[in-house]
Design a protein around this ligand. Structure first.
Ligand SMILES: [Zn+2]
Length: 133
């Protein structure tokens, strides 16, 4: 069932809320930035995301094709969400599951994980090895 979660960075300057159902799937990826930042994501469309605070604290990092805004808190450094577009070109957000506040650990344990091989530009396929992600 969809519910409203609150998410935040470590220092609390950046805060948001989003409507999603973690049981519908989360994602991990092997691309260069996801690997280095241990990314665990849940995707939501733009109309399910509301930034509550911290717009002025958001730093923006882009690389490669510059399709994703890898946002981070300029005070504490935590990446609590990213902004991009979905595969149909609609605005979307990639929330960091680990930055959602107060989630029952059992909900996280039960959340399905889809692995994406973005190191090879293939979000439809899982990498050959995923245990280290
Ligand atoms: Zn912060």
């Amino acid at each position: 069932m969809k519910q409203t979660y609150r998410g935040s960075c470590h220092c609390g300057a950046v805060r948001y809320e989003a409507d999603l159902n973690l049981a519908q799937g989360t994602a991990k990826c092997n691309c260069s930035i996801c690997f280095k930042t241990r990314s665990w994501m849940a995707f939501v469309p733009a109309d399910a995301f509301r930034l509550l605070a911290g717009k002025e604290f958001l730093g923006d990092y882009q690389f490669g094709k510059r399709t994703v805004h890898h946002l981070f808190c300029t005070r504490c450094g935590v990446r609590s969400f990213a902004r991009a577009t979905d595969d149909k070109g609609n605005p979307a957000y990639a929330l960091r599951v680990n930055c959602l506040d107060g989630v029952d650990p059992q909900v996280l344990v039960n959340a399905p994980v889809v692995y994406m091989d973005m190191l090879h530009d293939d979000f439809r396929s899982a990498p050959a090895e995923t245990r280290h992600l």
